[in-house]
Structures are given as structure tokens and as C-alpha cells.
Design a protein around this ligand. Structure first.
Ligand SMILES: Cc1cc2nc3c(=O)[nH]c(=O)nc-3n(C[C@H](O)[C@H](O)[C@H](O)COP(=O)(O)OP(=O)(O)OC[C@H]3O[C@@H](n4cnc5c(N)ncnc54)[C@H](O)[C@@H]3O)c2cc1C
Length: 469
């Protein structure tokens, strides 16, 4: 390293959701910030993750609706112009990109270095042309698609989230390896755009979710023509691409997408030079997101505590509070919602029913409210789905699952309720506009009180009050 060493208050490696949030906060507080980015500004979410996938899903949803017709409306001659779909995907990225751009961050006073950086020692980070000694250093290097150790796979061309949005033609037959949120979202989207799709999952597809909610989504995927092979391991891969499964079954396709989990991007950082330990999932951090080097913090996917843009943003908020204002924070107590943006969507916060029963035994209560009892869902002719509320016997909210159209937009109220420790009565007291799907949350809370409200004791009290009035 020959570059002269600059000094800064904060050095950040990685300009994705986590790194950019720390950079924006620190720079606007008047601190000197150096931000290294080896690829595109905006990281995975903007360029290869949330944004392009949601744009593709929206186009696929439009194709599906047009093809299906509904509510007395039918369309004929529905066609998918894949070039135009991809143009929509890339226009969406371009529309959002200015918020994450080098120009915007330089405007905030951040020194942006568009090179790969690594640790030189415990408080120095350097790239090819720039070195900085910083009071605090933030690792925000994100994650990449994990490539499973399958015999022969290295000789087979495959797609990942970093290449699939660059496709120039619709895959004729797409094999998706992995039945988690990414595989399910993209598998459904490509099926609706016209590809034949096979999803192969060694375990249970959407296995983290409430089984009934997952079943609804998988049922819809099957109706969309997706073949789902679950509980079968892939033994080997051959050019074609062909996957050979346990039991000898062979699956051939035109394209293979690997969506079988994520690996934290830490390989080229020389963490050992800075005394930074790692775990199997990412950088080892304490509840303040501090690493084993007291000057260094990790945020987002690199920290291996979950892979969501909103979580990376939440980590960034904690780091700004801790590293800049020296305030107490606790990342272990974050209550983080998650959404699988299939149709129907699954949105979950806190514990699923199974997790709650494991942790609390029989001391849990479960309320279920189906979308078929929601007037807006009836009016829209789409009554698939339900809400499930899981509480302690005393009504503390342990978790909520919503599955149905726009479920992700309706989990917010539960995110607020759980993070603020609100009582269920606050939700029943809220006036929800009619008719909205959001009413389902109020109805879930109301249902929790129903047994007590309409109990023999309450009825006796009402009869007494009637006589007194
Ligand atoms: C297909 C897909 C869909 C997704 N959809 C959603 C969604 O709908 N909602 C959601 O919340 N999350 C979604 N995610 C997850 C989300 O994209 C990530 O959780 C988020 O991007 C993590 O942000 P980050 O800042 O930790 O990392 P990233 O956004 O990955 O940013 C890390 C940056 O660090 C850079 N970098 C790495 N190493 C170095 C180095 N040595 N020097 C300099 N720069 C370096 C990288 O180039 C990258 O730009 C999706 C992910 C995928 C793959």
C-alpha cells in the first residue's frame, strides 16, 4: 500500500442499504466520512435484489391478471414482451438510483471511493488508491448467493440474482434451486411471464413460514404452472443444465437459477489483520453491532443476523446511535417483519404459532381471521388468505402472520404494536377506514377480546345495569 493515509471520523466499506444509511446519518451530523464501494452504488437491493425483483413481480402480476380476467372483465390476445418487461425493471432501478448515487453522497460531503477496500490494521482501511485511518469503521459488505457444493455444478453455467435481471430472452424452462423467498418470488414471476418453471427444494419450501400460509402460496404457484419438488436433495449437476436428484430423477431445463441461501461477503476484507472474528453466518457482533475490534461495527447482511434491507437500515440506525452518540442500543431486541412478495404475499412479524408453542408451551392463544370475511376482499373477488394473531394468555402479542393480497402493507400496524409494546386494546380502539384489507388487523385484535366481552359474567353485568338505568 503506497497511498498516503488520510484520516476520517468514519470509514464505511460497502455502499448498499446499510452502508449508505450510516454514511447519510454521519455526514449530516457533520462527521468526515469515507465510503468505499467496489461495485454499483446502492448494493444488492437496488441493483440485484429487492428493486428489480419487485419490478419483475409487478410485470408478471400484470400478465397474470390480464390472462386470468376477473370480475366480468376479460382480455384477449395477451402477450408478454420480455424486452419491455426488462426495460421496466431497469427503468425502476434508474428511477430510484439517484437517492443512492455517488453525486448525492458527495453532495452530503462524503468522500466516495469506487474501489474494493480491505483492512490494513486495526484502524486503517485501504483500497488501491486510497487509505484511511478512521475513528470508527463500518463493515457493510452485504452477501452473495451461496453456491451449494453439488458435484459438477462448477462446470454448469447458472444464473444468480446478480445475472438474472440481465437476461435478454425469457427462459424456456427455468430450474430454480431453492424454495425460499427468493426462489419462490422469482419462480412465480417467470412462470407468469411464460417460462416453464421447476423449483427444487431439499427441505420444505417457505419452511420458515406458518405452514397454512405457505401452503396457500405454494397452491397458487402450482395453479400458475410451477412444478415444486420438495424434500429431495440434488446429488449432481450436468451441463444442459440437468440436475440429478436423490432417487435418480433427472430434471432438464434451459436455465438454472441458484437461490439456495446467502453467504456474507467477507472474503476479501483481511479481517484477521484487524482482529475481527467471524461466525458461520457473518461478522461476529455484540448487541451493539460492535465486532471483536472495538472500533469496528458491522451492519446488514454482512453481520449475518438476517437479510433484509429494512434490517440493514435498522442496524445503521443503531450504529449511528451507539458509535456517534454513545447511546445504549440492543440489536438482539429488534422486532423485524419479513415479507415474501409472492402472490399472495406472506408477511410475518415475531413468532409463528409453532415457534410460540415451542417457547411458551400451551400458554399461547391463537386468533385467525379469514380474508373471506373482509368486505374489501369480497368486493375485489380475491378472498385468499387469513390473518393469524399469536399472543400470551394475557394478550401480549408474540407474533402475527398475514397472508393475502398486500399483506406486506398491512403488517406495519403490528410492527408498530410490537415495537411500542402496545396493548391489543389500542388496536381495537383504532378507527380503521371501511372497506380496507387493513381492517383485518383490528378484527384480529377484537376477536381476542370476544370471549371475555360476551361472557356470562358480562351478560349478567349488562342485565344488572339495565335494571339500574
Ligand atoms: C433477489 C433478492 C430479492 C430481495 N428482496 C428483498 C426485499 O424485497 N426486501 C428486503 O428487505 N430485502 C430483500 N433482499 C435482501 C436485500 O437485498 C439485502 O438484505 C440488502 O441489500 C442488504 O444490504 P447491505 O447493505 O447489507 O448489503 P448490500 O446491499 O449487498 O451492499 C453491500 C455492498 O458492499 C460492496 N462491497 C462488498 N465488499 C466490498 C469491498 N471489499 N470493498 C468495497 N465494497 C464492497 C458490494 O459491492 C455492495 O454494493 C433481496 C435480496 C435478493 C438477492
Amino acid at each position: 500500500m503506497t497511498a498516503p493515509v488520510a484520516t476520517a471520523d468514519i470509514a464505511i466499506i460497502g455502499a448498499g442499504s446499510g452502508g449508505l444509511s450510516v454514511a447519510a446519518g454521519a455526514a449530516q451530523l457533520g462527521l468526515s466520512v469515507v465510503l468505499f464501494e467496489k461495485g454499483e452504488m446502492g448494493g444488492d437491493c437496488l441493483n440485484y435484489g429487492c428493486v428489480p425483483s419487485k419490478a419483475l413481480i409487478a410485470a408478471a402480476g400484470a400478465a397474470h391478471k390480464a390472462r386470468q380476467g376477473a370480475l366480468g372483465v376479460t382480455a384477449s390476445g395477451v402477450q408478454v414482451d420480455f424486452d419491455a418487461v426488462m426495460a421496466h425493471v431497469h427503468h425502476t432501478i434508474a428511477a430510484i438510483a439517484p437517492v443512492d448515487s455517488q453525486e448525492r453522497f458527495e453532495g452530503l460531503g462524503v468522500r466516495v471511493v469506487r474501489e474494493a477496500a480491505k483492512f490494513v490494521d486495526a484502524r486503517t482501511v485501504a483500497s488501491a488508491s486510497f487509505a484511511v485511518r478512521a475513528r470508527k469503521i463500518i463493515i457493510a459488505t452485504g452477501s452473495r448467493a451461496a453456491v451449494p457444493p453439488i458435484e459438477g455444478l462448477s462446470a454448469v453455467p447458472f444464473l444468480t440474482n446478480e445475472t438474472i435481471f440481465e437476461l435478454k430472452a425469457l427462459p424456456e424452462k427455468l430450474i430454480v434451486l431453492g424454495g425460499g423467498p427468493i426462489g419462490i418470488e422469482l419462480g412465480q414471476a417467470f412462470a407468469r411471464l411464460g417460462s416453464a418453471v421447476i423449483i427444487v427444494e431439499a427441505g420444505t419450501p417457505l419452511g420458515r413460514e406458518d405452514p397454512a400460509a405457505a401452503a396457500l402460496v405454494l397452491d397458487q404457484l402450482r395453479k400458475d404452472g410451477v412444478e415444486i419438488i420438495a424434500g429431495r436433495k440434488v446429488l449432481s449437476a450436468e451441463p444442459g443444465p440437468v440436475l440429478v436428484l436423490e432417487g435418480g430423477k433427472r430434471i432438464a431445463g434451459s436455465h438454472l437459477l441458484i437461490a439456495a441461501g446467502r453467504t456474507a461477503s467477507l472474503g476479501d476484507l483481511d479481517l484477521d489483520k484487524a482482529g475481527i472474528e467471524r461466525t458461520a453466518d457473518g461478522v461476529k457482533t455484540n448487541s451493539a453491532m460492535r465486532t471483536t475490534n472495538r472500533r469496528v461495527y458491522a451492519v446488514g447482511d454482512a453481520a449475518g443476523r438476517g437479510q433484509f434491507t429494512h434490517l440493514a437500515g435498522a442496524h445503521a440506525g443503531l450504529v449511528v446511535r451507539r458509535a456517534i452518540f454513545a447511546l445504549p442500543v440492543n440489536a438482539d431486541k429488534l422486532i423485524v417483519p419479513r415479507v415474501t412478495y409472492a402472490d399472495p404475499e406472506i408477511a410475518t412479524i415475531g413468532l409463528t404459532e409453532a415457534e410460540a408453542r415451542k417457547a411458551h408451551g400451551d400458554a399461547v392463544r391463537v386468533e385467525i381471521f379469514p380474508f373471506s370475511e373482509n368486505d374489501r376482499a369480497q368486493a375485489e373477488g380475491d378472498t385468499r388468505g387469513f390473518g393469524k394473531l399469536v399472543t400470551t394468555r394475557r394478550g401480549k402479542v408474540l407474533g402475527v402472520t398475514l397472508v393475502g393480497r398486500s399483506a406486506g402493507d398491512h403488517i406495519h400496524v403490528w410492527s408498530l404494536a410490537m415495537s411500542a409494546g402496545l396493548k391489543l386494546s389500542k388496536l381495537t380502539g383504532m378507527i380503521a377506514p371501511y372497506p380496507t384489507r387493513g381492517e383485518i388487523s383490528k378484527r384480529l385484535a377484537g376477536q381476542w377480546y370476544a370471549p371475555a366481552l360476551f361472557s356470562p359474567m358480562t351478560r349478567w353485568l349488562v342485565s344488572v345495569l339495565k335494571r339500574l338505568a
